[in-house]
Design a protein around this ligand. Structure first.
Ligand SMILES: Nc1ncnc2c1ncn2[C@@H]1O[C@H](COP(=O)(O)OP(=O)(O)OP(=O)(O)O)[C@@H](O)[C@H]1O
Ligand SMILES: [Mg+2]
Length: 204
């Protein structure tokens, strides 16, 4: 089984991924965590480029899109495909195809048909069985980030950018209601975790 987590920065993806992994392992199933961009050697270098706003400065929206795509291609080829071939393991990935649609499509205004085309190439058609969209007002998520750490490239954007991404994510979820589950991420952490575990359990 292949699960992806989506949502704006600070919506609680890392928090919930770690809780879900622990719950899955308590039930005797091995679980592999992957991160986008990152995890592979090439992916980690790309992550540095994308995150280091101070050093790299503004990137053209096309460059940004293609860097994410290149990182995803490596992740699918080197990590996702081999793990999926081992039938008894679960994969959780922190961000995947829907992040590109939400951020580069709805956020940056890049044509979503073209993004879908690029996503199809780099994923070799591999889609998650289940996607948790952690939905939360940007006021809340930005507030959580400001409280705990320095901002990266996207986090220097304003509230409008995050509102466009949030509504973009909700549009995407409407198109694929079976795969994408919208979760109210404004609830307390244990409540969100329990909703996510109930849905996962019913799909294992
Ligand atoms: N439901 C929640 N209620 C209140 N605070 C939360 C909730 N979920 C997460 N947090 C807190 O918000 C902060 C950001 O959470 P987290 O790092 O899990 O978000 P994220 O979606 O992984 O962010 P990023 O996209 O930047 O990696 C953390 O300090 C976390 O403890
Ligand atoms: Mg995170």
């Amino acid at each position: 089984m292949f699960i992806s987590f989506e949502g704006v920065d600070g919506s609680g993806k890392s928090t919930q991924i770690n809780l879900l992994k622990a719950e899955i392992e308590r039930n005797g199933i091995e679980c592999v965590l992957l991160e986008e961009p990152g995890t592979t050697l090439v992916g980690l270098e790309i992550r540095k480029l994308l995150k280091d706003y101070e050093k790299v400065g503004d990137l053209s929206s096309v460059t940004e899109l293609l860097l994410f795509a290149a990182s995803r291609s490596e992740l699918v080829d080197k990590e996702i495909k081999p793990v999926l071939a081992e039938q008894d393991k679960m994969i959780i990935v922190d961000r995947y195809i829907d992040s590109t649609l939400a951020y580069q499509g709805y956020g940056r205004g890049f044509d979503t048909d073209k993004i879908n085309y690029i996503n199809d190439i780099v994923t070799q058609g591999i889609k998650p069985d289940l996607t948790f969209l952690l939905d939360c007002h940007p006021f809340q998520s930005i507030g959580r980030i400001n409280k705990f750490r320095n901002k990266d490239r996207f986090e220097t954007e304003g509230l409008d950018f995050y509102q466009a991404i949030r509504s973009g994510y909700l549009e995407i979820a409407k198109l694929e209601p079976k795969r994408i589950k919208v979760i109210n991420a404004e609830l307390p952490i244990p409540d969100v975790a329990s909703i996510i575990w109930d849905i996962t359990k019913s799909c294992i």
